[in-house]
Design a protein around this ligand. Structure first.
Ligand code: RET
Length: 278
């Protein structure tokens, strides 16, 4: 049982959550188009990253659409406020979505920073195992969020241990490989570490929300922070990784990457390639 079902919502509270779900799945649909269209602009060795971004977009789109429909079906207007009807709302769908997205997002990072061979396979195993352990222990804990009994805290704490392992490995993957990458992309790779770390911390924050702010406003804040976290950790993160892959591809002389960046580069690639053309 989730705290969403414990409260009644005024028009504002209900509508904000309703709208926030909409921007969530709309952003995933938009991201899907972007990742499919740009996937060929980087060297073939980076295309797994675009494919994984597309996988993340489809699964998150469906999950947020389901949550949105669920929100609309659970709460009914009684003439003065929105109250629970004959169905309950559950955040559990999010955790099911994370079990696809967390491993997919982490493996993308290995691909883009150029981890290969045994190190790649080892990285995949660590990310998949600790990612799933983090998600499923948290999934069990969230069932106890209304009463905040011992399992809420114990499973949450166990999940946090796996989270710490993931962040440590992400640190090693980014900061440990950054010196092998072209100078131009180094600040972005470091930025990806911080973007991931900060936005992923919003999820345990949302888990703890019942203990921090146990009210209808707390629910609104929780669903807003989930959506911000989803858009940044899936869409913006994927776009950044795509740009890094494209820049490395350009630096290595890959034509489609050079053409794709012609508009953004100072002076334009055209000027260099075809002097005299205005
Ligand atoms: C839980 C349980 C409480 C403790 C911790 C958690 C961490 C969750 C995280 C989820 C990340 C999800 C992502 C989804 C994107 O698609 C499970 C809430 C630490 C970090 C990135």
């Amino acid at each position: 049982m989730n705290i969403e079902n414990e409260f009644t919502y005024n028009y504002w509270q209900y509508s904000i959550v309703d709208h926030v779900f909409t921007i969530g799945y709309a952003a995933m649909a938009a991201g899907l188009v972007y990742f499919l269209v740009t996937s060929k602009q980087a060297l073939p060795r980076y295309r797994l990253a675009s494919a994984l971004s597309a996988v993340v977009m489809v699964s998150a789109f469906l999950e947020l659409l389901v949550l949105s429909l669920q929100w609309q079906r659970t709460f009914v207007w009684d003439g003065a406020q929105y109250v629970v009807g004959d169905q309950l709302f559950s955040n559990g769908f999010r955790y099911m979505n994370w079990s696809i997205d967390v491993p997919a997002l982490l493996v993308q990072l290995l691909v883009v920073v150029g981890v290969t061979g045994v190190a790649f396979r080892r990285g995949v195993v660590i990310f998949v195992v600790s990612g799933l352990a983090m998600v499923y222990t948290g999934y069990v804990g969230q069932f106890y969020e209304v009463g905040r009994e011992a399992p809420f805290w114990v499973w949450g704490a166990i999940s946090t241990v796996f989270f710490a392992i993931i962040i440590a490995v992400v640190w090693r993957t980014t900061y440990g490989n950054v010196d092998r990458l072209p100078l131009e992309v180094r600040p972005m790779v470091k930025g990806v570490f911080w973007l991931l770390t900060i936005t992923w911390m919003l999820y345990p924050g949302a888990y703890l929300m019942p203990a921090i702010w146990d009210s209808a406003d707390g629910v609104v804040a929780r669903q807003m922070s989930y959506t911000i976290a989803d858009v940044v950790s899936k869409v913006i993160y994927g776009v950044l990784l795509g740009i890094i892959a494209q820049r490395i591809s350009r630096i290595e002389g890959y034509e489609p990457a050079r053409d794709a960046q012609a508009t953004a580069l100072r002076g334009g690639v055209t000027e260099v390639d075809a002097p005299g053309r205005v």
